[in-house]
Ligand binder design. Structure first.
Ligand SMILES: Nc1nc2c(ncn2[C@@H]2O[C@H](COP(=O)(O)OP(=O)(O)OP(=O)(O)O)[C@@H](O)[C@H]2O)c(=O)[nH]1
Ligand SMILES: [Mg+2]
Length: 286
């Protein structure tokens, strides 16, 4: 009989350490050089960038123009914009794929984008100009080095934020501390939407969130699923034009509500893999 190796935590621990070692060894060549060096190794992987956008007509051009040329697919997930967001996007990048989000909220938009994306890697980037598309390199580089989920952090050395108000920074600290104490993790940031993952891990993430709790859900479900998670430094810029869709108190409470539910009723995970007879290939004469 031939069986695929099963996903056990010892294996995950080892591969997590190997990925960290590889990153540490190669950290001097960050960014594009690392992306190219993987191509040199003969690895082929395609990259989709998902951009949730709702009424960002004055910001979207800045974002799309800066997406690196090695990205294979750009998906703009439109939140039923009533301005010219979609028209401007098509003008700037005729190759953009526009999809209408299913349901309401940024979380619903991201899930629509994840379901539609076809790349091996999925990178998520806001449409308001607060995230520099040039940093996509960091996320791709970490995925190339074996991580399953890569999260941007505004708290690591070399990072920063021009956008966090004192209230939001305090709220984020409270939420990060809650997650770290409860799940035994060591995150430095939590509620930040610049992130990337291997698309073949989407089912493990089992996302259901509709609002701004989606980033917390991605993080917690990735921990529960034993995914290899990395943080990379990011510099958050100020939104260029327009007003925020986030309300610190309302959305903070929503995120805390999600964390409470996740803690009280952890996702049940099967401890036994049931392998159907037809999936077992006889290797010796029957
Ligand atoms: N499709 C879609 N996009 C959304 C929705 N809500 C927010 N977005 C987009 O998600 C991204 C993040 O939303 P923001 O309003 O910038 O939230 P924020 O970054 O916390 O707030 P600021 O600090 O003011 O920028 C932006 O690109 C928004 O256009 C939504 O319901 N649907
Ligand atoms: Mg923003």
């Amino acid at each position: 009989m031939t069986l695929q190796p099963l996903n056990r935590s010892a294996l995950q621990q080892r591969s997590r350490k190997e990925a960290a070692d590889r990153m540490a060894a190669g950290h001097a060549h960050h960014a594009l050089s690392t992306v190219r060096s993987d191509a040199d190794h003969g690895e082929t992987r395609t990259i989709s960038v998902v951009v949730p956008a709702m009424n960002e007509e004055r910001n979207i051009a800045w974002v799309l123009e800066r997406i690196p040329p090695y990205v294979d697919e750009i998906l703009l997930v439109d939140g039923h914009s009533t301005d010219a967001t979609v028209g401007v996007a098509r003008q700037v990048r005729p190759d953009v794929r526009v999809v209408s989000q299913r349901g309401c909220g940024k979380g619903a938009a991201m899930r629509t984008g994840f379901e539609e994306a076809v790349g091996d890697y999925v990178v998520v980037l806001d449409a308001d100009g607060s995230m520099d598309p040039g940093e996509i390199d960091y996320y791709v580089s970490a995925l190339d080095n074996g991580y399953d989920l890569v999260k941007g952090s505004r708290e690591l050395p070399g990072s920063g934020s021009m956008d966090l108000t004192p209230l939001r920074r305090w709220g984020n600290h409270v939420l990060v501390a809650t997650v770290n104490v409860t799940w035994g993790s060591e995150f430095t940031d939590l509620c930040y939407g610049y992130l990337a993952f291997r698309r073949d891990r989407l089912d493990d993430l089992a996302l259901t969130g509709r609002g701004f709790e989606i980033e917390a859900e991605i993080t917690i479900n990735a921990i529960d699923a034993g995914l290899r998670i990395a943080e990379v430094p990011t510099v958050e810029l100020s939104r260029h034009y327009g007003t925020s869709h986030l309300n610190a108190w309302r959305d903070g409470r929503r995120i805390l509500g999600f964390l409470t539910r996740a803690r009280l009723s952890p996702r049940s995970r099967p401890v036994t893999d049931r392998i159907p007879k037809r999936a077992l290939t006889p290797t010796h004469g029957a």
